[in-house]
Design a protein around this ligand. Structure first.
Ligand code: ADP
Ligand code: MG
Length: 259
């Protein structure tokens, strides 16, 4: 695997009974880039995310992250090596403040081990202080500092997406997977979300793989676009190349124009 490749799918299959959800998918995601994954509804995009993150087991093929074979890795394992996807804020966190939402996110908290906590109180305190600093830094990055003490349930849909991003930044990811982040949020917040994603990618050196139907959004932030249709990878290219690719126009962009 080339040094500029962070994730690679090789001939990956996942069928559900007769449904060929993922039917021989091959693609590479380059490091230091934002990659868009597009394709019509039912193309198999979300299933690909489930396979990468270990939430669903592949039937056949290989998935590599950096140089590691993660074809059959568990969800926890994929998080541990740096692949993180966003999830909606769980119910129990909704009444907690925005800041607390980030503070409960980090893993490997030394204070969690009773013995460690007892023997190393100062170390645990130091860790807490570092975690607080990191949480505040991450809130700054996602632009939610002014809402730090707000209950998360009071945020708008767009702000909740930023909070989800802030929470996963606490997990020290190398690659962030987003499934339709622009869905259901207004154009101003979409612009804001684009800015935050670009900022995280450039400054924090974290890569993104983003499934999205909003063409303006995905074409404007992606360095590369992968197009899927009917469980297969159709083509990969720059946003410009994709927009004038006849195969894509026929199978997808044309389709959405006729919607
Ligand atoms: P996309 O995200 O591109 O819209 P999906 O990956 O969600 O597509 O779905 C691809 C196909 O696989 C669809 O036909 C969908 O109905 C089917 N599918 C996805 N998950 C399951 C499942 N758990 N059981 C049965 N069929 C599924
Ligand atoms: Mg989907």
């Amino acid at each position: 695997m080339g040094s500029d490749v962070i994730l690679k799918l090789e001939n990956v299959y996942k069928h559900f009974g007769g449904v060929k959800a993922v039917n021989g998918v091959d693609f590479e995601v380059s490091s230091n880039k934002i990659t868009g994954l597009i394709g019509p509804n039912g193309a198999g995009k979300s299933t690909v995310f489930n396979l990468i993150t270990g939430f669903s087991e592949i039937d056949e093929g290989f998935i590599y992250f950096l140089d590691e074979d993660i074809s059959y890795a568990s969800p926890q394992k994929t998080v541990d090596i740096g692949i993180v996807r966003t999830f909606q804020i769980p119910g129990e966190l909704k009444t907690m403040s925005v800041l607390d939402n980030l503070l409960v996110s980090p893993r490997h908290h030394p204070g969690e081990s009773l013995l460690f906590g007892w023997l190393n109180r100062s170390k645990a305190k130091n860790f807490e202080k570092k975690t607080l600093e990191l949480a505040k830094k991450n809130l700054e990055i996602v632009g939610l500092t002014h809402l730090m003490n707000e209950k998360s349930e009071n945020l708008s849909t767009g702000q909740k997406k930023l909070l989800e991003l802030g929470r996963i930044l606490m997990m020290n990811p190398k690659l962030i997977l987003l499934d339709e982040p622009a869905a259901g949020i207004n154009p101003t917040l979409i612009k804001n979300l684009s800015k935050v994603i670009l900022d995280i990618n450039k400054k924090q050196k974290i890569d993104f793989l983003i499934i999205e139907h909003n063409m303006e959004f995905i074409m404007s932030i992606s360095d590369e676009i992968i197009v899927m249709a009917e469980g297969e990878t159709l083509v990969k290219g720059s946003p410009k190349e994709i927009q004038k690719n006849q195969k894509v126009l026929n199978s997808y962009l044309g389709y959405s124009q006729n919607d």
